[in-house]
Design a protein around this ligand. Structure first.
Ligand SMILES: NC(=O)c1ccc[n+]([C@@H]2O[C@H](COP(=O)([O-])OP(=O)(O)OC[C@H]3O[C@@H](n4cnc5c(N)ncnc54)[C@H](OP(=O)(O)O)[C@@H]3O)[C@@H](O)[C@H]2O)c1
Length: 283
């Protein structure tokens, strides 16, 4: 299965995350992930590994158009001059020709995450205009956003020439922002679910473990399949061969009753990772 973005570009139904994979290691890990079956690779300027990701794509032996590569403009950059430079840097570091999808990483700089008094509507629109230009020029095949809330999206939708194709957000069993997901779907924006295991801690949830036992799969498989059955594109990250392989064991269906049970789980305890803005649970 795959999804069609609102501009007709095809995007795979599951991706491979690369946050916290060092640039020196990422090439081999991504090449392995591609060999094992992933063809959507998620990186970002902020991960510092675009060079290694680009090298993996070029050396993979697969045709360039088989692999879909997403990267993101630094969330801290909120002026057009630096945003342009950021785009150029990513383009050069990846060195794969047109980027498949470029996202604005965050509507606010990380230090002002979800600060209601510090919004960047005007700046995000300007940066969106720059992305539109690159899209129309052909240096990027699709453009979108990440961590955008409904009002951030409204700001773009009400003023843009090209509608965002994707919103990449935190979504996993235990923390599903259904209002935002439904808003995106209603507006033709595909939702990518980052941190499908809540960065790890959610895999210890007893209800998820119990359900995985019943289906004869791993908790990670339940987490991924749940998101897919909700029409989202999950972006699991793994480094070991065993994990990378395991996470593609998806040949089963979660029943409607069990989906409802999973919908009702509330678990957003990110333990030591709550120090990261994205896991800080700020509303
Ligand atoms: N847009 C944004 O702001 C944003 C924010 C966060 C993440 N993301 C994207 O989403 C991707 C995924 O999110 P994430 O990196 O936060 O974490 P995640 O995918 O929710 O969880 C990764 C953790 O789960 C472990 N794991 C993976 N497969 C496993 C398995 N089969 N069994 C047991 N443990 C397993 C990994 O261990 P090993 O590494 O040891 O295999 C790692 O510790 C990122 O890499 C990034 O591409 C985007």
């Amino acid at each position: 299965m795959e999804f069609k973005l609102n501009n007709g570009v095809i995007i795979p139904e599951i991706g491979f995350g690369t946050w916290m994979i060092d640039d020196k290691e990422v090439k081999d890990i991504v090449k392995n992930a591609i060999d094992l079956g992933y063809n959507l690779i998620d990186t970002a300027e902020a991960y510092g590994n675009e060079k290694g990701v680009g090298a993996a794509i070029r050396d993979s032996g697969y045709p360039r158009n088989y692999i879909f590569v997403t990267t993101k403009l630094d969330g801290n950059v909120k002026n057009i001059k630096d945003a342009k430079k950021c785009f150029q840097d990513s383009y050069k570091k990846l060195d794969i020709g047109a980027i498949d999808l470029m996202l604005i990483h965050s509507p606010q700089p990380w230090g002002e995450w979800k600060d209601k008094n510090k919004r960047y509507f005007k700046e995000n629109l300007e940066i969106w205009g720059m992305l539109e230009e690159e899209y129309l020029y052909g240096r990027v095949r699709a453009i979108g956003v990440s961590n955008f809330m409904i009002d951030d999206l409204e700001n773009i939708l009400n003023n843009c020439n090209v509608k965002p194709m994707v919103n990449q957000i935190l979504a996993h069993i235990g923390n599903m922002p259904f209002d935002l997901i439904n808003y995106c779907k209603k507006n033709g924006i595909i939702v990518e679910a980052y941190s499908p295991f809540g960065h790890g801690p959610i895999l210890n949830n007893k209800e998820i473990i119990k359900m995985a036992d019943w289906y004869g799969v791993k908790p990670t498989n339940i987490c991924i399949k749940y998101l897919m059955q909700h029409g989202l594109i999950p972006l699991p990250k793994a480094t070991s061969n065993e994990h990378i392989k395991d996470n593609l064991n998806l040949d089963f269906t979660i029943s409607d009753d069990d989906m409802k049970k999973l919908d009702n789980i509330k678990d957003n305890d990110y333990k030591e990772y709550s120090k990261f803005p994205v896991f800080s649970n700020k509303e």
